[in-house]
Design a protein around this ligand. Structure first.
Ligand code: FEO
Length: 189
């Protein structure tokens, strides 16, 4: 009968381990996803206090999703024989000048995340790590969706302007948005 510890060591020795370079790149991404989660959580709390209940719900959900993105990386690094590091996360902004500014910041943040993910994909190819390259494709697709969602929301805010009825509908729609793009009436027409 195998001792569980022996079995664990056998597994560690048999796996195709990540290189140091890939491990470091993935660990940097853990930090970025953790920062994203805190950033959205802070935005959610701000939105809730401003009375944008639907926007807050959307952002609370999004903060949870970002935490899942971080967790997925932690589990993957360890599974591939590396060591995932749980980093300290700097304090996110607490004040946002308004919905437009908040979502402009969100889009900028997602664009930064996309650039980092593309960097990891490049490192995977340099290191001939096709397993991690394959793993990262999920993040590549996710980023396309997240950027499209952020752009859709910004377009909708711009069309709505500061008109109260429009903002109410915008906020209500956002509450039910679970991913993909928000509908932008008459956009581009
Ligand atoms: Fe996980 Fe929004 O990047």
């Amino acid at each position: 009968m195998f001792h569980p510890f022996l079995l664990f060591n056998l597994n560690k020795n048999n796996i195709d381990m990540v290189s140091k370079k890939v491990e470091e790149a993935l660990n940097r991404q853990i930090l970025l996803e953790g920062e994203s989660s805190q950033f959205y959580l802070s935005m959610a709390s701000w939105a809730e206090n401003q009375g944008y209940v639907g926007t807050a719900e959307f952002l609370y959900r999004h903060a949870d999703e970002e935490r899942q993105h971080m967790l997925k990386l932690v589990r993957y690094i360890n599974e591939r024989g590396g060591a995932a590091k749980i980093p300290a996360i700097s304090e996110p902004p607490v004040e946002f000048e308004g919905l437009t500014k908040a979502f402009e910041n969100l889009l900028k943040h997602e664009q930064k995340v996309t650039a980092e993910i593309n960097g990891i994909v490049f490192t995977c190819l340099e290191e001939k790590d096709y397993t991690t390259h394959n793993f990262m494709q999920w993040y590549v697709s996710e980023q396309i969706e997240e950027e499209a969602t952020a752009r859709g929301i910004l377009d909708r805010i711009k069309l709505t302007g500061s008109e109260k009825g429009g903002l109410y509908l915008f906020d209500r729609d956002l509450e039910n948005l679970t991913g993909g793009s928000i509908s932008v009436p008459n956009a581009g027409k």
